[in-house]
Design a binder for this molecule. Structure first.
Ligand code: AMP
Ligand code: MG
Length: 522
């Protein structure tokens, strides 16, 4: 009996060229889209968290957790699975890095689901592949919990993302030097099964382009269009341009959503940019506590701040530029690509304004003046050291003329006595501008609050919450993973008994590893 009620197959494997070398050793792989590879057999696979809603949509039978653990760690292969690792390259921190590929991700194949269509199941941390370079192909529990919880939190926030089906311990130990300080430790090995309709990245097209392998480039682009953008029609030069336009639009929308909820990816390398505009590869990401456009969660990025919160829109455009370069040989016209890239900036600006309009509960945008109001708000939020998530919820319930500003907004300040501080007048001044603006707003206070609470979450996966869940799980207590999963499934709703998950970052978490900065070591 199969674990899934629907068929397992894989068009990526069927339609694209495979590596002919079947031995699993690190190497340069030319001219093909992927390599077949067997997942590593592990000591004692154990299921520790399952996404029941997604499991149901994928037709997974959930009555045998041991069978799920065996299959979703790669210890047991279901009929028709031909596991493989994808070949791709990428720019890392602005520099071309050559071949990267699925170094620790193994695709099991595609499920033809009745509800979600074709979905690829991918195991992260299931052992080495030809693309593992100098690393081990494994993942540890801490980073797997972060991926598992965050991808689902993002999904329920309405942000495009790869999904997470399961989290399993492998039973093996994995050695990691978490702080890169020469003190490696043994950690628990884990595997997340993630799910998406496509795991192709910008770097999937960059690698053949850089190698001058136009035939493979063409095959990959045609495959992506036929499979994931079928509405664009038969692949041809014109379709390629339309395809790039749509990727640009989806990427733009993705970043607007990140900025809306205060998500910082942390490693926006081109190999971590999904071709279908999903958030992919949850590594040293972070969530904004105190609003700060210059904040980056990634220790590797602490100096350059290339991937800080406020840089994400421009970095996405830079990445799109690299993708445009890669597909240029198929189009041979720079103008339409340039036009799309230029348009990205305009599109981002107008979508950002719309998004901010909603965050502030305004019925209509006043294009002449609202931009200034929004920019001033960002300045005030960062100068006054204000918690982004809590601020917007408080703003929704603030009633001009009725609420007392000081006591109403006190909970979103990171300082205890904001009135005494020099920044309070600035904050009050902005609130007065907002109140003036509300005089020209057609929504009454109740309607405004409803609109705002639909786009401003009450609950996000605050960095310190994820870290607390990790520390408990490392002691064998998975209850907080379960609780967070449950609360974050309804991020816009108040939830009795779980208010503490919406509280601002406690003082102790300010400089604690995992709560403020994260290393790439995972
Ligand atoms: P990332 O920045 O995490 O997306 O990783 C960049 C590249 O390194 C990708 O090709 C990954 O597959 C690979 N990689 C990251 N961690 C490991 C690991 N532990 N073992 C093998 N490859 C890895
Ligand atoms: Mg990656």
């Amino acid at each position: 009996m199969s674990l899934f009620a629907c068929d397992f197959n894989d068009r990526f494997v069927d339609r694209l060229p495979a590596d002919q070398q079947s031995d699993n050793f690190c190497r340069t792989v030319n001219g093909v889209a992927y390599s077949f590879v067997s997942p590593k057999v592990t000591q004692s696979p154990t299921l520790i968290a399952l996404n029941h809603t997604l499991a149901q949509q994928l037709t997974l039978a959930t009555d045998d957790p041991q069978a799920i653990a065996r299959v979703l760690t790669g210890n047991e292969l279901l009929p028709n699975t031909r596991p493989y690792a994808m070949c791709y390259g990428g720019h890392q921190f602005g520099h071309w890095a050559g071949q990267l590929g699925d170094g620790r991700a193994i695709n099991l194949g595609q499920l033809a689901t009745p509800e979600l269509g074709l979905q690829t199941l991918q195991l992260k941390g299931a052992g080495p592949t030809p693309y593992s370079r100098t690393a081990d192909g494994l993942a540890v529990l801490r980073s797997s919990i972060r991926e598992y919880l965050c991808s689902e939190a993002m999904f329920h926030l309405g942000v495009p993302t790869t999904r997470a089906l399961s989290l399993c311990l492998t039973g093996d130990k994995v050695v990691r030097d978490m702080f890169y300080d020469g003190r490696p430790q043994q950690e628990l090995g884990a595997v997340v099964c993630r799910v998406s309709s496509s795991f192709m990245r910008f770097g999937s097209f960059q690698l053949p382009a850089v190698r001058g392998d136009i035939k493979l480039l063409n095959q990959l682009v045609d495959y992506a269009i036929t499979e994931d953008f079928p509405h664009l029609g038969q692949p041809c030069k014109d379709t390629y341009i339309q395809w790039f336009r749509e990727i640009s639009e989806r990427t733009c929308q993705l970043i607007v959503e990140w900025m809306r909820v205060g998500f910082v990816h942390g490693v926006m390398n081109t190999d971590n940019m999904s071709i279908i505009g999903e958030t992919i590869d949850y590594g040293p990401y972070g969530w904004i506590d105190n609003f700060d456009l210059s904040w980056t969660p990634n220790t590797t990025d602490a100096k350059g701040k290339r991937y800080c919160f406020g840089a994400q829109p421009q970095i996405a455009q830079w990445n799109l530029f690299q993708l445009a370069n890669a597909i240029y040989p198929l189009i041979e016209q720079a103008e339409p690509l340039n036009e799309i890239l230029t348009n990205y900036a305009k599109m981002y600006e107008s979508r950002w304004l719309e998004m901010m309009k909603d965050k502030l509960g305004l019925a209509q945008l006043e294009p002449q003046s609202d931009g200034e109001l929004f920019v001033q708000l960002e300045q005030v939020l960062s100068e006054c050291n204000i918690d982004m998530t809590i601020f917007y919820r408080l703003l929704a319930s603030y009633i001009p003329g009725k609420s007392q500003i000081e006591s109403h907004f006190l909970p979103c300040f990171y300082q205890d006595e904001p009135t005494k501080a020099m920044y309070w007048p600035r904050f009050e001044y902005w609130i007065s501008l907002y109140c003036q603006r509300l005089e020209n707003n057609s929504l009454d206070d109740d309607e405004r609050a409803r609109v705002m609470n639909r786009v401003n979450p009450k609950f996000v996966l605050r960095n310190y919450l994820a870290q607390q869940a990790i520390e408990l799980a490392e002691q064998g207590d998975y209850s907080m993973i379960e609780q967070l999963q449950q609360v974050l499934a309804n991020p816009y709703q108040e939830q009795d008994g779980f208010e503490h998950f919406g509280a601002k970052r406690p003082g102790w978490a300010m400089h604690k590893a995992g709560c403020s900065m994260l290393s790439c070591s995972s």
